[in-house]
Design a protein around this ligand. Sequence first.
Ligand SMILES: Cc1ncc(COP(=O)(O)O)c(C=O)c1O
Length: 468
Amino acid sequence: MALHMAVEVVRDSEVSLTAQIQRFIKREITHGGLHPGTRLPSSRRLAHDLDVSRSVVVEAYGQLVAEGYLEASQGAGTRVVRHLAPAGTVVPALLDEDRTPGVRWDLRPGGANQPPFPRAEWLTCYERAVRAAAPSAHAYPSLAGDPGLRLELARYLGRARGVRTAPGQIVVLGGFSQALGLLCGVLRRAGADAIGVEDPGHPGQRRFAEECGTRPVPLPVDEAGLDVSALAASGLRAVLVTPAHQYPTGVTLHEERREALVRWARDTGGLIVEDDYGGGLWYARGPRPLALQRRAPEHVVYAGTASKCLAPGLRLGWLAAPGDLVGPLLRERARYDLGGETLTQLAFAELLRSGLLDRHLRRLNTQVRSRREALDEAVRRHLPGARVLGPAAGLHAWVRLPRHTDEAALVAAALRRSVAVRGGAAFRARPGPGAPALVLGHAHLPRSGVTEAIRVLGELTGDPNTRR
Ligand SMILES: Cc1ncc(COP(=O)(O)O)c(C=O)c1O
């Protein structure tokens, strides 16, 4: 293995080269430059790179082995010993990742609770993409994203979601979160320092908007979706909505509300940000609602993401924006980075072009539907008086509990029985008791797990401690 290691040596020194190499490596190990387990270059390779005789390096390595800094073994070469304490770990304080290790059934939505990634399809498309990539694919990318992907996205979104857009209006980004950050920046520059958000809604998005300097204003949601009259009364100029499958209640924005929302945008010049996070995750029978964007493409920014239908780790999302917003979005982006990673974009374009994303979604929907059916059945059987809201779609379900349930006590009691769930309160922006509810991510679990977890929840609701 032709490993490289940066070593400082001074030729016309009184200190021998062996001693210099030895001291340098020892200092790097002690000060955290060379980490436990790091493999070092062979003595031959390092001697060649430093232009010294091999015996100089052999001797330095040998002494460090004798002193317990390095270990050498046949086949595995020379390494920094593994048992030294690693340098202090910096834990990022920004993200509330809230992992509870060791629970038997983890039904909290988001995070690592995802259905499996379609490895075979991705490998096929990634290989095709790398093989076919032109030299320009390795240059700095277009800020709006790879032109081939923007073309495929315009085609796909038009076909699969009824979005009315053109490749020139598509912007490819590192997920919806980046899109939201850029939109907040654009809105602020246009004089709007607040954005309406659904309540209940995504707490991370509220925090994110706030961090970006845009005040999130909670607007109520009921079983018909966002209360548009509250939006109209608010004087806001922008709103973030999840019309297909409201996050987290799962309800679909009612037809009259859709019309009212579009009317609000036309009458006030307001901007609607349509977060279609569920994308192709829809397994209810019958047709699914088309994108809201098609009703007023000049007032709606349509946003999609690969986070639910593929994996959040890809950090891939896209906007279909009104034409006059593309320039400001790209100028905003240019303040922070030089564009997204091209090979992933090319692979995703191939996934769209080849129809493999459609195939993956069909399989995934069949699998997730079966798990949702297990959830519906278990709720009927074990949680009498509870009701699952919204159509069968997405990776989670909102289960409204009977009024007398003490939601917080139930969540805590479930954790003691090794079942992790989120209560509705975790998603509410305004304090005060809403109807008690649980948000259950079911798509990553086998049917038996979904059933078992809900059976435990059912047992706990029979306990007087989980009643108000
Ligand atoms: C409501 C909602 N919108 C969007 C996203 C996707 O965000 P991103 O694309 O940044 O991963 C999520 C993911 O959890 C979500 O829950």
